[in-house]
Design a protein around this ligand. Structure first.
Ligand SMILES: *Cc1c(COP(=O)(O)O)cnc(C)c1O
Length: 372
């Protein structure tokens, strides 16, 4: 996709904030714990490579991604730290896992059997690094019983081509006030640990929410995602343990300003009509940028003042109601601080009736990311 370098609309990413969020967590982690920064989905929309570099400066010692291509992107950018792919990779790509020195998740015995077969055919020197995933109640991927985990470990120990590097699980409610389901998952994981006679290098259970609100849970590594970007994993549910610094802003500039008379329509479908003489500004951002149509009626900041988005949001542009005549070229802040006022990703998510994770991931490739 063409990136809009020659348009005033851009995401501004504060890499210092990412670094600080990571180092604040590193400081409070239990002794002997490592922080792996989760940079899947282009670093939650913030840019994977730049986020990864800031995370290293903050003290991260490894990375998690969702898919093989994201891991390759980091390696191609020169990142040499351990990288774990959190989801299942087809065994036909094992040569790439080895070539790029990646660790991969094992969620079923069938996969492992096929992988061993494949590895024996390749006659590889280096063993494939794997992390065993335990499904303690997320219902997504992983082994569900202690017996299945034990059998998998026995299979690994019967071959030279697999290196057992990690064991992990994932919590579905670590960001909630009610901890009963969290405790049930936690107990199941402890049950698995209790039947094993040895443990791998990495045992890990903590996403951001677990790290923040259940810091003494099992493991010696945490998978730190959303909090690194400065966003409260729970949305409004739980207070931040320490102040998280949001890293992402979204800004643009007015490209046209006009005064409309009363009873003039704005946008497709003519869903907004002026009720008096109104100053209307046009902002070059639309749903193709991830500024979704459902944000009609939401506000943006111009000189620190809230201005409502009026009329339907178009693919590439939207219109706002200005309090007075304003110069073309004036900065429009869609997310971030402006003259003491602030619009957060959480506020956008609330308007869209979703979570900030989804909003950050929805910003399209068309918007350039500027790093400071
Ligand atoms: C995405 C993901 C994380 C990171 O979660 P955050 O809530 O962003 O910290 C951790 N572990 C797994 C398995 C994930 O898929």
């Amino acid at each position: 996709m063409a990136v809009g370098w020659h348009r005033p609309t851009k995401l501004v990413i504060d890499t210092q904030a990412i670094k600080e969020n990571v180092s604040n967590e590193v400081k409070r982690m239990p002794q002997g714990t490592e922080l792996f920064a989760v940079v899947k989905a282009n670093g939650y929309g913030h840019g994977a490579v730049q986020t990864a570099q800031a995370a290293i400066e903050g003290g991260a010692t490894g990375f998690c991604v969702a898919i093989l291509d994201e891991a390759i992107e980091l390696r191609e950018a020169g990142i040499t730290e351990p990288i774990l792919i959190l989801s299942v990779v087809d065994v036909s790509y094992i040569d790439l896992l080895l070539k790029y020195d990646l660790s991969v998740t094992v969620a079923t015995q069938e996969w492992l059997v096929q992988a061993i077969d494949q590895l024996n055919q390749i006659k590889t020197q280096a063993p494939l690094k794997i992390h065993i995933k335990v499904d303690t109640g997320m219902g997504r991927i992983g082994f569900t019983t202690p017996i299945a985990v034990k059998q998998t470990i026995e299979l690994i120990q019967s071959t030279q081509v697999i290196a057992w590097e990690g064991l992990f699980t994932h919590f579905s409610t670590a960001d909630e006030k009610n901890t009963s389901y969290f405790e049930k998952q936690s107990e199941r994981f402890q049950e698995i640990l209790s039947v094993l006679s040895e443990l791998p290098q990495y045992v890990h259970v903590s996403n951001s929410a677990t790290a923040l609100w259940h810091p003494n849970n099992a493991g010696n590594m945490i998978r730190f995602g959303i909090a690194m970007y400065g966003l409260n994993p729970s949305g409004h549910a739980l207070p931040e343990i320490y102040p998280l610094k949001p890293a992402l802003s979204l800004v643009s500039k007015l490209i046209q300003v006009k005064e409309l008379a009363v009873n003039e329509g704005i946008g497709y479908g003519n869903t907004y009509t002026t009720t008096k003489n109104e100053w209307i500004g046009t902002v070059p951002i639309g749903y193709a940028d991830g500024w979704l149509r459902h944000l009609q009626g939401f506000s943006v900041l111009v000189n620190g003042e809230k201005c409502e988005i009026v009329g339907r949001i178009c693919m590439d542009q939207c219109m706002i109601r200005l309090p007075r005549k304003t110069n073309v070229g004036t900065t429009v802040t869609l997310i971030g601080h402006d003259h003491g006022a602030n619009i957060t990703l959480q506020m956008v998510a609330d308007k869209l009736e979703t979570i900030h994770y989804e909003v950050a991931c929805t910003f399209s490739e068309r918007m350039p990311r500027e790093y400071k």
